[in-house]
Structures are given as structure tokens and as C-alpha cells.
Write a protein that binds this ligand. Structure first.
Ligand SMILES: [Zn+2]
Length: 171
């Protein structure tokens, strides 16, 4: 087995949550021969080849975070919602002119989802979630970052503003 082939097999098994089987012969000897993220969507497609029957097919995979529980400061908990995440960022962006706003916010949301997925955690505090959002917004759009910080962290005093800003920016 050459180095490149070994790498693709590892990649195929790392990304799979369940053992995937070939739709033609139902054996599980698959390798990924190509992959790509669809632009603006949390979707990845992979070309897979079956090592048993040599058939090639495509799979489309979505990042699914619906099993993640978000714990609020109040002690209550709710299931992660992409819609809620997207709407919060959308709301914070409204005062700014952003060309292709839906696409831009979808891409930001997708980046946040990937980070959450990579944490490999089943529970997340709302504070941790807000931090991830703010790190992404700071890189992508400062006015939206500031508005999200203001209501996400419930900022009401100058001291609080300095402290929270200092977490993300050297002041
Ligand atoms: Zn097969």
C-alpha cells in the first residue's frame, strides 16, 4: 500500500460516524478518492470507491449538531439550533450593508458549526458558544462582532465593556 492510498483510507474511517457500506455489494471496504465542500453550505461531498466491487459513488454529508445540548446561564438547557445561531448573527448584522448577506452569514455559521463539531463535545455552555461566534465575527465583520458582543454578553457598563473587549482585543 503506498502512502497516499493509506492516507485516504484513514480519512474515510475518521469522517464516518457509522460504518458505511457500498450500495452495490454491501461490503464496507471503501476509500475516499475525492472530496469537496459545497460553497456556502455545510455540505461536503466525497467520491468513494469500493475496494470489493470497484464501483465508484458519491456521498453528501452534512454537519449535524442536533444532538448537542446548550446549557444556559440560568441552568436551563436546550438543543443546539442552527436557525437560532444564524438568526442571532443575522440580527447583529442588520445595521450594516453587507452584499449577499444571506450567503456571508451562512458561510460564517458554517465555520462556527465546524469548530463546534471539532470540539467533540455533547454539551456546550451558552458562554462557550458565544465565544466561538465572537472569534469568527471578529475575523469577518467588526460592526457585527461589536453588536453581537453587546447583546450576547449583556454589556451595560463601561467597565464590563473594557473587560469583555479585552478578552478578544488587546486594549
Ligand atoms: Zn462494492
Amino acid at each position: 500500500m503506498n502512502h497516499k492510498l493509506r492516507f485516504t483510507i484513514i480519512q474515510a474511517f475518521t469522517y464516518q460516524h457509522n460504518v458505511m457500506e457500498c450500495p452495490f455489494c454491501h461490503k464496507a471496504h471503501l476509500i475516499v478518492i475525492n472530496s469537496r465542500s459545497s460553497k456556502g453550505k455545510s455540505q461536503i461531498w466525497r467520491r468513494r470507491k469500493c475496494l470489493s466491487c470497484k464501483e465508484v459513488f458519491t456521498t453528501h454529508e452534512l454537519i449535524d449538531l442536533s444532538h448537542i445540548v446548550v446549557e444556559k446561564k440560568s441552568g436551563s438547557a436546550e438543543m443546539f439550533s442552527r436557525t437560532k445561531l444564524y438568526s442571532g448573527i443575522f440580527y447583529a448584522s442588520q445595521q450594516s450593508k453587507i452584499p449577499k448577506r444571506e450567503m456571508v452569514i451562512d458561510a460564517i455559521t458554517q465555520g462556527i458549526e465546524k469548530d463546534i463539531f471539532n470540539l467533540k463535545k455533547k454539551r456546550l455552555t451558552s458562554g462557550e458558544l458565544i465565544d466561538i461566534v465572537l472569534i469568527h465575527l471578529k475575523k469577518r465583520h467588526i460592526p457585527t462582532f461589536l453588536r453581537y458582543l453587546t447583546y450576547g454578553k449583556k454589556i451595560e457598563t463601561e467597565a464590563q465593556l473594557r473587560r469583555e473587549l479585552g478578552t478578544y482585543i488587546e486594549i
